[in-house]
Design a protein around this ligand. Structure first.
Ligand SMILES: Nc1ncnc2c1ncn2[C@@H]1O[C@H](COP(=O)(O)OP(=O)(O)O)[C@@H](O)[C@H]1O
Ligand SMILES: [Mg+2]
Length: 379
């Protein structure tokens, strides 16, 4: 029996983070999953998309050692791994004083990660892969649960940085908020949010151990299907990534309250299996279709409806915003009809689609917003 009390603080934390960070539910879930599966996450996106703030908000809630650094091309190993001990040198030892640096950290955040120079790279790769820091010839184990890297862009030089890119099992592209309603909420976020739920390192470790016991055997065939499906799209993930992806599915299952993983727990793989950003859509579709064709159908309808909604809101006041609002309203109503059909089909097939059901509520909210913003109808 899964101990829900163990997962509860993580879910509370997730809720708090979602309140403070707009349009980031998947990234937030991924950060928690990575923490629980002891994996690493990379966030790609322009400056000012709240990447640093989000990672700090996660770390603030884990009572442990947090190491944050912004890399430059000139960064030296001292900055990450500590200065060489002078005392050691006098005795012919080349030992670093790593206290308070990356080798000491439970969680690390490295900004501008792909600026890492070759002087840093090998030590960093060993740290991420094996959680071992070689200090003066001695292999020192590192407590590191998760390293988060952030960058403006993908590494240009894959020759040199490909190995580092590969170490990030979970990858996200983040962008500025899209929905005007989230934008309005962004402007009104409290500058001093209440202190959140905290989790001790011991609690985190207990949770990590529980995650390892989640049974994935029923979904293993789905991994094989997915691999074959992605190969059709020319997307090939390394065997290493597939192997590690089991751990993030376990963590996702655990957060979803499952002791035995089910198909829905595989959704996290959308953020694992891509190499190039232009593969993301195909992968998301393949994953969702495999897990639930009805969810995928619902998603397609919602994507179209969202386009119509955003287009209307983007129409300037003087350019017949009224007409745009009416058109969007019509699209949203048509989408609601289609979605109701999906809800019914899924129910009849004995596979209720949560996405379709949630989608109906979403369409209603968009419709209300259009009435208010474009048609000036308040209620
Ligand atoms: N999606 C978002 N939700 C909430 N706050 C955001 C979001 N995007 C940006 N911000 C705000 O912008 C500020 C600066 O973001 P920052 O974390 O420094 O961005 P980055 O590290 O991506 O350059 C944050 O402190 C936060 O207040
Ligand atoms: Mg930043």
């Amino acid at each position: 029996m899964l101990s829900m009390s163990l997962a509860q603080p993580f879910l509370a934390m997730e809720q708090e983070l979602n309140q403070a960070h707009l349009e980031r539910p998947d990234v937030i879930r991924s950060l928690l999953v990575a923490l629980l599966a002891r994996q690493h996450v990379v966030l790609l996106g322009p400056p000012g998309t709240g990447k640093s703030r989000l990672v700090r908000d996660v770390c603030e809630r884990i009572v442990g050692h947090f190491f944050e650094w912004q890399l430059t091309r000139m960064s030296t190993p001292e900055e990450l791994f500590g200065p060489i001990s002078l005392q050691g040198l006098q005795q012919d030892h080349y030992r670093r004083i790593a206290t308070g640096k990356l080798p000491d950290a439970d969680i690390a955040y490295l900004d501008e990660i792909f600026k890492a120079s070759s002087a840093i790279l090998n030590t960093l790769l060993a740290a991420m892969n094996e959680r071992i820091f070689y200090n003066d010839g001695q292999a020192v184990p590192m407590p590191l649960s998760m390293l988060v890297g952030a960058s403006n862009e993908l590494p240009e030089d894959r020759e040199e940085l490909g190995a580092l890119w590969d170490r990030f099992l979970i990858r996200h592209v983040v962008d500025y908020v899209k929905d005007p309603a989230s934008f309005a909420a962004l402007l009104q976020l409290s500058a001093h949010p209440a202190p959140g739920t905290t989790i001790t390192v011991a609690e985190l470790q207990a949770a990590q151990q529980a995650v390892e016991t989640v049974d994935v055997s029923p979904v293993l065939p789905l991994f094989s299907h997915l691999r074959a499906e992605l190969a059709k799209h020319g997307v090939i993930a390394s065997d290493r990534r597939w192997r590690l992806s089991v751990s993030v599915v376990q963590a996702q299952a655990w957060l979803n309250g499952h002791t035995v993983a089910d198909a829905n727990d595989l959704t996290i793989l959308q953020h694992v299996l891509w190499e190039e950003p232009d593969q993301r859509l195909a992968i998301a579709k393949a994953v969702l279709t495999l897990i639930s064709p009805f969810d995928q159908e619902a998603q397609d309808i919602l994507d179209d409806a969202k386009d119509a909604y955003l287009k209307a809101l983007a129409t300037p006041e003087d350019e017949d915003r009224n007409m745009a609002g009416l058109a969007a309203n019509k699209s949203l109503q048509a989408a609601a009809k289609l979605l109701s059909v999906v809800v019914k089909k899924a129910q009849d097939a004995g596979r209720p689609s949560q996405r379709a059901q949630e989608g109906l509520t979403q369409l209603q909210a968009w419709g209300d917003e259009i009435l208010k913003q474009c048609l000036k109808i308040t209620f």
